[in-house]
Design a binder for this molecule. Structure first.
Ligand code: SF4
Length: 235
C-alpha cells in the first residue's frame, strides 16, 4: 500500500472517530501536536516569530474543542507572562476565577503565588510565564482526566518551545506527576531538582493547598530557594 493511500485512510479514520465520538469534526492543531521539545527547537524562529506563534496558539486554545472540558468553560486559559522568562510556572488547570477572567492564577491562590514569586525576585510581569496542564476548567475543580491532559499536552509542549523558560516550577501533584511521568505524591517529588527534557524543574505544593495547610509553607520556601539557586548558578 503506498504512502498517500495510507495517509488518506488515516484521515478517513480520524473523521469517522470524530463523528462517532463527538458528532462533529474536531480541531487538530497538527503543527502543535507534532511539536517535540528537543532543547534546541525552534532555533529558526526569531523572538518576533515566537511571539506571533504564541498568540496564534492562544487563539487556538480559546476555541479548542479537542476534549470535553470545552463544554463547561467560560474562557480557555492559555497562559500569561513574558517570552524567554527565567521561570515557567505550570499548574494543573484553571479554577472558577481563572475560567471567568481567562487568565491563570488570578484568585486567592494566584495572589499567594505572586507573593512566592516576589520572595525570590520573580514576577509574572517581568520574568515569568504562567500556564497549566489543561487550559479549560475541569468541573468542580476535579483533577484533569488522563484523556484531557493528553489532548491538551501538545499545547503545553509547544508553549515551552516557544517561550523558552530557563527553569520550570511545577505547582501541585498533578503537574509534577505529568511533567515528570512519575506516580509519587508531591511530598516525594518536591525537595530536589529534576529536568523536563533539558530544562531544570523544581516541584512544589500548589498555592491553594498551602493556603489550607500551614505546615507546607516551610517546604515551599525551601523549594523556592532551590529554584533561585538554580537560576543564579545558571546565569
Ligand atoms: S482542555 Fe485543552 S484540549 Fe481540552 S478543550 Fe481545553 S484547550 Fe482543548
Amino acid at each position: 500500500m503506498n504512502h498517500s493511500l495510507l495517509t488518506e485512510l488515516d484521515t478517513i479514520l480520524d473523521l469517522l472517530t470524530d463523528y462517532v465520538e463527538a458528532g462533529y469534526r474536531r480541531q487538530r492543531p497538527t503543527a502543535i501536536a507534532a511539536a517535540r521539545y528537543d532543547g534546541a527547537a525552534p532555533v529558526a524562529l526569531s523572538a518576533g516569530d515566537r511571539a506571533a506563534e504564541l498568540r496564534e496558539l492562544e487563539q487556538q486554545v480559546r476555541c479548542c474543542t479537542l476534549c470535553p472540558l470545552h463544554q463547561g468553560r467560560t474562557h480557555g486559559v492559555p497562559g500569561i507572562g513574558v517570552l524567554d522568562p527565567l521561570v515557567m510556572v505550570i499548574g494543573e488547570g484553571p479554577g472558577a476565577e481563572e475560567d471567568h477572567k481567562g487568565e491563570p492564577f488570578v484568585g486567592s491562590a494566584g495572589r499567594y503565588l505572586d507573593k512566592w514569586l516576589a520572595a525570590v525576585e520573580l514576577s509574572r510581569s517581568s520574568n515569568v510565564y504562567i500556564t497549566n496542564i489543561v487550559k479549560c476548567r475541569p468541573p468542580n475543580n476535579r483533577d484533569p482526566l488522563p484523556s484531557e491532559s493528553q489532548a491538551c499536552a501538545p499545547y503545553l509542549a509547544r508553549q515551552i518551545e516557544l517561550v523558552r523558560p530557563r527553569a520550570i516550577l511545577s505547582v501541585g501533584r498533578v503537574a509534577a506527576q505529568l511533567l515528570l511521568q512519575k506516580e509519587d505524591g508531591i511530598g516525594k517529588l518536591r525537595g530536589r531538582s529534576w529536568k523536563y527534557r533539558d530544562i531544570p524543574l523544581v516541584a512544589t505544593y500548589h498555592p491553594s493547598a498551602v493556603l489550607r495547610n500551614d505546615q507546607w509553607r516551610r517546604p515551599v520556601w525551601e523549594d523556592l530557594k532551590r529554584l533561585r539557586e538554580l537560576l543564579d548558578s545558571s546565569s
